[in-house]
Design a binder for this molecule. Structure first.
Ligand SMILES: [Zn+2]
Ligand SMILES: [Zn+2]
Length: 121
């Protein structure tokens, strides 16, 4: 099961939500899929993206992750027309500084707009 989810996520060009997985793997239950995603997340195989839509999306890390917050956090693009979210791994976050004693563990950087598919129709 995990292998199938792994393959599906790795081959997907866009970030997928739990309900996308449910639709694709209609025979497996939601809890199993959710646990699988969480396991992948803990192992840094996937990352979750809060794109402002109601659903958290999950995407595979395309580049090797060395678990350094600054090197693996990247921008995302969310199309408000078709609800598609993609990673922009080449776009690093601008450097920021935090007050003394603060530590960042996550960041949600989502650019919203219209994707090329929606833009042409
Ligand atoms: Zn679109
Ligand atoms: Zn991403």
């Amino acid at each position: 099961m995990r292998l199938l989810v792994y393959k599906y996520l790795a081959e997907s060009e866009i970030a997928l939500s739990l309900s996308d997985l449910e639709t694709y793997f209609e025979k497996s239950d939601k809890t199993t899929l959710y646990r699988t995603l969480k396991t992948f997340e803990q192992k840094n195989l996937v990352h979750s993206i809060d794109d402002g839509s109601r659903l958290t999306k999950y995407a595979f890390y395309k580049d090797e992750c060395n678990c350094d917050l600054y090197s693996y956090i990247h921008l995302h693009f969310h199309c408000t027309q078709c609800d598609t979210t993609i990673c922009l791994p080449g776009q690093k976050v601008p450097s920021f500084s935090l007050p003394e004693g603060f530590m960042a563990t996550d960041a949600n950087l989502v650019i919203k707009g219209c994707c090329s598919t929606c833009n042409h129709s």
